[in-house]
Design a protein around this ligand. Structure first.
Ligand SMILES: Nc1ncnc2c1ncn2[C@@H]1O[C@H](COP(=O)(O)OP(=O)(O)O)[C@@H](O)[C@H]1O
Ligand SMILES: [Mg+2]
Length: 973
């Protein structure tokens, strides 16, 4: 309450808590009985802030608000101190009031500021006097008395509070009392009091829980709008554990570039330990070496022996609320930062000694342990042999448990430990398989470039006399990994070298794998005919040796190369590859086949079927906990893009969401880049995101395609044609480098979009400017036509964009006054564009094309047909929330659509729907989304209404049919 410094940030989150608090106090309710709230929460969680907000609302509702604070005075607080303060404020607000009360209740003098007379008045008289003062103050308008931090209150104040709470301080007065739960240790006198108060009628106990991570993230951005790096933000969110004060401190430290706790914060945290006996402090030090949490058997083995002394030390720490028991045999520091502070406070020798002790205990087999735990202690204790063995095991454990990023880290730790003896000191036959393993783990975690760098470095430092088989394995790893990144040239040389080795040195399985990679690399080098032959050889060998994953790989390559006679045969082959690879447990092969199967369907304009394939792929990758693995990410990306095309934009945003996930930076950028399409389509102006994402263009072509497509419309729509052109130029340049040439398929789309911006600009320009635009248009058209001609696959989407390029060019020419363009010619061109996008299943581009067809029809005097097109376009634009298209329609005089019709779900409703699909109850959903059960039921009924579903089950069925729900990792929400 009345913080010393005004809050520097807006209130983040806490909407539900504020509503609950105001409701319980009776603010906004004219005929309230006296009420009281006990607001309980840890230090720094935001009690004062919430009180400040509630006080402001109460004042706005006409209440008088006064506050008093208890102070930490080490046990000899002045009696009634917070009330002395509160009455002082009352006197200032209502002059004369206290004098009047004092006449009837002389005992009031005992607590009045400046008058605190000592005297013989009984406690009862003082209590009555204070109650009378509050009652009288509440006569004219409702009164809120805030008493803060009563964990520090003296006995008299506590008794007074008990008195006021049990009689309720008059019909129109409310009492808001705050206290710290983390200070309420077992023997704290307030503990019993608070429990009793909470049972009184009219008294509500409101526990204030930590802020949810999304709100902490928002708070960080509020505090530091200049954006700290993503990993720093995530680190802060994790360490702060929902505590607003810690968040502020950690942000301040990060701003100063500090990673460790600031000295101030550490001191503050260590204060909790001051009142503990030495034995408990030693115990806590030992425990901090294990981290936040430790099991009883392990702690006892390390810092024991077990016995009364040990128990007493633990008990003291638990009683003081420094430790909390977890499960049935463990302890945790109450807050992770406390564990950090204690650990940081250890002396270097002490630290190593404790780590060594942990290694001894964990190696003895006496207690349960994970390899990762042992590895960590062994490294900190500089016990290299143990650390190497344990890190290897930890890597394998992490891979098995679906933690590829951790696995990669463990393997890299091993490599580092092995290298400690100097370059070349570790045996190559031990190092190479480890490097390959580390690289695979990195790829599975979505860290493709890291994976590639690992094997490339190793290849470069391989001694000449190395076992040829090891060399072949490494060559395979380099070539296979290079194929996964856009900016790596296909490593044909590497595969050819490996395959040239003696057959005896390259056994069958490796040979088959090499051939499959060679086929892909050859295809990537555009030598399709040669690639087919190699892929067939690979498939043959894989079949003979019974290697289903390799077979799936080769088959997928054959399908992509169009070597099957019919579309059906291609599709069948890919479907079989997906299931073969899945059965063989090879996620990479499975995801690659899935991606290609989806693409084949997408390119045939079979969007719904493609969506089903992509979604199934996403679900699979999630199930094995590798959502960011190579190709798994692409499949997720496509599941978003196919929804964008289908006009399911809210669902697309859900599919592309990265917030609250552990996506590595590059996958994050790819998903965000695709989401830009929806944002710009809706008229949002993410001007700051585009440059940030642009830094990734040189690594990934598809990212550049999505960003530039969105960027052309973003800047073009904002009247900045020059920037739109720069975006286009940059994208063409980067993609040409990555994909080997300027004639790539998306060039046609770029052309259609930029020409569209030119034409729209021409409508607003003078003759000279129109001439310029016409001049700039010609090379765009030419480049698009050339790219279309060169494209290896002419799916319906490419043909649609080609038609669009022609139509936009004619529109521009006509607007520029070119008499050579016939009205009917323009109508025909736009009819072709509409038909093209309809065939390709692209809802938004169909609607955009329709709008321009309508304009052409009107100009040709075909008004009725024009109106028909406008109605169709308008329906789509309003369902999508496509503001720029709606504006274009409005310019054509198309009235706003009638209310009703298809209603889109809000992002929140989609979230609720997603959880419904997982079979969650309203109560679960309320906990997961940090909203009240009542709010959940409102969302649920909205969802049912919008989907026209009779019940939850039907809603889920409809949602699944419409692709509104995507699988999301259960641990990433
Ligand atoms: N919901 C919130 N949004 C923004 N800032 C907050 C929020 N909650 C707390 N803070 C800030 O965090 C710090 C600690 O909060 P405070 O209310 O003083 O904690 P408490 O009273 O529980 O110890 C203060 O600077 C406060 O302004
Ligand atoms: Mg406070």
């Amino acid at each position: 309450m009345q913080p010393a410094v005004a809050p520097t940030t807006a209130l983040v989150g806490r909407a539900d808590e504020l509503t609950a608090l105001l409701g319980a106090l009776g603010v906004g309710d004219p005929a309230v009985p006296g009420r009281a709230v006990l607001l309980a929460g840890d230090a720094g969680v935001g009690k004062t802030r919430l009180c400040t907000e509630a006080a402001a609302r109460a004042r706005a509702a006409g209440w008088l608000v006064v506050a008093g604070h208890c102070l930490d005075s080490g046990g000899d607080a002045l009696p009634y101190l917070p009330f002395t303060e509160a009455l002082g404020r009352l006197a200032a607000e209502l002059p004369g009031l206290l004098d009047a009360v004092q006449e009837e209740h002389p005992a009031l003098a005992r607590v009045l500021p400046g008058r605190r007379a000592a005297g013989p008045d009984s406690r009862g008289a003082v209590f009555e006097a204070i109650a009378a003062a509050l009652e009288r103050a509440a006569r004219d308008r409702p009164l809120l008395v805030v008493v803060e931090d009563v964990h520090w209150a003296d006995a008299s104040t506590r008794e007074l509070l008990g008195y006021l709470l049990s009689r309720s301080p008059g019909p129109r007065a409310a009492l808001l009392v705050t206290y710290r739960t983390d200070d309420l240790h077992r023997r704290h006198p307030l503990r019993a009091d608070a429990a009793g108060w909470a049972r009184l009628p009219g008294v509500t106990r409101l526990p204030l829980r930590p802020l949810p991570s999304t709100d902490v993230r928002r708070l960080v951005l509020e505090l530091e709008p200049d954006r700290l790096p993503d990993d720093v933000v995530s680190g802060i969110v994790e360490r702060a554990e929902g505590n607003a004060f810690y968040t502020e401190e950690l942000v301040a430290a990060a701003r100063r570039g500090e990673q460790v706790l600031s000295a101030d914060l550490a001191d503050l945290l260590l204060l909790h330990l001051d009142s503990l006996p030495d034995s408990a402090r030693t115990l806590l030090r030992a425990m901090s070496v294990a981290g936040r949490q430790v099991s009883h058997p392990l702690l006892a083995a390390v810092a024991g022996p077990e016995g009364p002394e040990f128990d007493e030390a633990v008990r003291a720490a638990v009683d003081r609320n420094v430790l909390v028991p977890v499960g049935h045999d463990g302890y945790a520091f109450r807050h992770a930062l406390l564990a950090e502070a204690v650990y940081d406070d250890l002396l270097p020798g002490e630290r190593v000694r404790w780590h060594r002790r942990y290694v001894e205990v964990l190696s003895s087999g006496a207690v349960d342990r994970t390899a990762a735990e042992l590895a960590r202690h062994a490294r900190a204790a500089s016990d290299v042999p143990v650390a190497i063995a344990a890190s290897k095991a930890a890597g394998e454990e992490a891979l098995a448990a679906g933690g590829p990023a951790e696995a990669a880290r463990h393997f890299e730790n091993v490599l580092e430990l092995l290298a400690q003896g100097g370059p070349g000191s570790a045996p190559v036959d031990e190092v190479v398989p480890l490097v390959v393993r580390a690289s695979e783990a990195a790829v599975a975690a979505g860290l493709l470039h890291r994976g590639l760098a690992l094997v490339e470095e190793q290849l470069a430092s391989l001694p000449d006399d190395v076992d040829p088989r090891l060399r072949a394995e490494l060559l395979h790893a380099v070539a296979a990994t290079a194929l996964l990144v856009d900016d790596g040239a296909p490593r044909l040389r590497e595969v050819t070298d490996a395959l040239a080795l003696e057959p005896a040195q390259v056994p069958g399985e490796l040979r088959a794998k090499l051939l499959a990679v060679q086929a892909r690399a050859t295809a990537a080098a555009d030598e399709d005919a040669a690639a087919v032959l190699i892929a067939q050889e690979a498939a043959e060998l894989a079949r003979r040796l019974d290697l289903p994953a390799v077979l799936a790989d080769a088959t997928t390559t054959l399908a992509r190369l169009g070597s099957y006679a019919t579309a059906d045969a291609t599709e069948d082959a890919l479907r079989l590859s997906v299931s073969d690879a899945a059965a063989a447990g090879d996620l990479l092969a499975e995801m690659r086949s899935t991606f290609n199967l989806g693409t084949v369907l997408y390119e045939a304009g079979r969007m719904e079927e493609a969506r089903v394939v992509y979604d199934r792929g996403v679900a699979r990758a999630v199930a094995v906990r590798r959502p960011w693995a190579a190709y798994a990410l692409e499949v997720r990306l496509m599941s978003g893009l196919v929804r964008y095309a289908l006009g399911q934009w809210d669902a697309a945003l859900v599919a592309l969401e990265t917030e609250g996930t552990d996506a590595p930076p590059m996958p994050r950028a790819e998903l965000e880049g695709a989401a830009l399409l929806v944002q710009v389509g809706r008229g949002e102006q993410p001007f700051d995101r585009l440059p940030a994402l642009q830094t990734w263009w040189e690594r990934d072509g598809l990212l550049a395609v999505n960003c530039a497509s969105a960027g052309i419309d973003l800047y073009g729509g904002a009247g900045r044609l020059d920037v739109a052109e720069a975006v286009h130029r940059d994208a063409v340049h980067r993609i040409a480098v990555l994909w080997g040439g300027e004639e790539f398929g998306a060039r046609v789309r770029f052309g259609g979009l930029l020409l569209g911006q030119y034409a729209s600009a021409a409508a607003r320009s003078d003759a000279a400017e129109r001439g310029d635009l016409l001049e700039k248009a010609a090379p765009l058209v030419e480049a698009a036509e050339r790219a279309a001609e060169r494209a290896s696959r002419h799916g319906p989407e490419l043909l649609a964009w080609q038609a669009r390029v022609r139509a936009e060019h004619l529109r521009l020419r006509r607007l520029a006054g070119d008499e050579g363009v016939e009205r009917e010619q323009l109508v025909d061109a736009w009819t072709a564009a509409v038909a093209g996008f309809e065939r390709s299943g692209h809802v938004y581009e169909t609607a955009r094309s329709r709008t321009r067809l309508a304009a052409a029809l009107r100009a040709a005097g075909r008004t009725a047909e024009a109106e028909h097109e406008l109605v169709l376009s308008r329906r789509v634009a309003s369902a999508l929330g496509a503001a720029p298209l709606l504006a274009e329609l409005a310019e054509l005089g198309a009235p706003a659509p009638p209310a009703g019709g298809e209603q889109q779900l809000t992002p929140r409703e989609l979230e609720v729907l997603q959880l419904l699909a997982q079979g969650r109850s309203n109560r679960d959903i309320s906990t997961l989304l940090f909203i009240s059960p009542k709010t959940v039921s409102v969302h649920v009924s909205n969802v049912l209404a919008k989907l026209h579903a009779a019940g939850r089950t039907e809603a889920v069925v409809i949602a699944q049919r419409r692709g509104l729900v995507t699988p999301v990792p259960a641990d990433q929400r």
